[in-house]
Design a protein around this ligand. Sequence first.
Ligand SMILES: C[S@@+](CC[C@H](N)C(=O)[O-])C[C@H]1O[C@@H](n2cnc3c(N)ncnc32)[C@H](O)[C@@H]1O
Length: 489
Amino acid sequence: MTQKIPDELLAQFSELLTAKTGLSFAPKRWPELARGIAAAARDLGCDNAVQCAQRLLASPLTREQIEILASHLTVGETYFFREKKSLAALEDHILPELICDRRRKGHQLRIWSAGCASGEEAYSLAILLQRLIPDLDNWHLHLLATDINPRFLQKAIKGLYGKWSFRDTPPELIEKFFAPRERRWEILPRLKRLVNFAYLNLAEDPYPSLVNQTNAMDLILCRNVLMYFSPAQARRVLENLARALVDGGWLIVSTTEASILRFSPLTVVNFRDVTVYRKDPGSACQPETGTFHPTIKPAARLPEQIPARLDLPVQDQLPAGSGWTPVAVAEAPAPAPESEAGQNSPAERIEEMVRFARNSADQGDLAAALSWCEQAVAADRLNPAWHYLRAAILQEQEAFAEAILSLRKAIYLDQGFVMAHFALGNLALRQADKRAARKHFHNVLALLENHQPEEALPESEGITAGRLEEIVNSTMTMRKLGERYARVS
Ligand SMILES: C[S@@+](CC[C@H](N)C(=O)[O-])C[C@H]1O[C@@H](n2cnc3c(N)ncnc32)[C@H](O)[C@@H]1O
């Protein structure tokens, strides 16, 4: 017989859930919450729902526990081409303007479906982009789709859908962009490849961040997600999403969520009968580090001369005596006025270059970001952190081989550089090299043994060792890379 969870326990549990996931369960939804806990109890190895709620309240929730709760308590209702009016605003106004602008500026487009559920929204975007950009292969498209529920993400990665997902899709689109399989429809591989699915908890994980590539977004769709959040958590998410946008970037929520944006720093833009939001250049949601006023002009990007041979150890690829200097010091930009006056120490100048690199990356100016970063590398070439930052920027430019080379340099300088091993694993995944990904992720897990779970990892933007272990384990499960790994101690 199912044991009834007392209201007091449900109230405490719902508070914990809101803090950890953003999800809000008002008393009228407690029966639903109780059913979710009862279902999660089995997966969490508890005898019953009451014991489960008590146990989860007794110690900090792990990511695995959050994933299990999310898989029973989130609403994954979604379908292709949902809310046609906002998609029409996208297709008729927002995307054409963005595409026209980016065609002149490096053919780069960064879009994020935050709270993507089983992927229908992200693939709808991929279809729109395919229709609007005939030369899409020549573009650097970063189409990120994230969710807290790993089951939804697994379905999204499969890309196989039943009739219900197409309840509002014109048949000609199904014919054109899907192939029939097992009495369902599978998104075509060329569209599947465009979307990068990843786990991200909007209430807890860091964003915007170079680490998970949630920075410098031109467009974010976060639809039908915040309506399930507490008002305070929804506001926090919106503030972070606004910071993740480049100046002039767009945010779209569902029509029912507009009230949440009443006090947002974004500007309201109305397209006939749909309201969207835009970050203007002068809005209050600048990067956390403050307004970006470079005092030094970035040099034009100089290509890395070292060929990326993935089969050789990095030291074997370096020209003898080159000292790995990808940008000659003579090519460095004119020093800042303060530096000329001798006010900045070399270390401060490097710090300034790195700050400019990060700020440029946050604003989507990857060429400037790379240039600043390369100057930092040239000035301080034995610092693995700058090679790692360079790799993160190169990865955003889809210069994967060069990014791998930079990561290898970072690891050569610091073999215990966990985030660099982690980045190599993610790059291998992106290149569909499961064997290499497994190897890099095992390296990460082995290295994490040397860290305390609560220790924030260097260059991780605040990710703790315990959290990274959970991230790697769930990535390995989600991508079917092998067993979850348990800490030895
Ligand atoms: C109703 S679906 C919306 C799907 C899609 N955006 C749409 O409009 O069709 C809501 C999604 O938000 C996700 N979600 C809920 N809380 C989340 C959180 N804290 N972080 C990330 N995703 C979350 C759920 O797992 C679910 O997939």
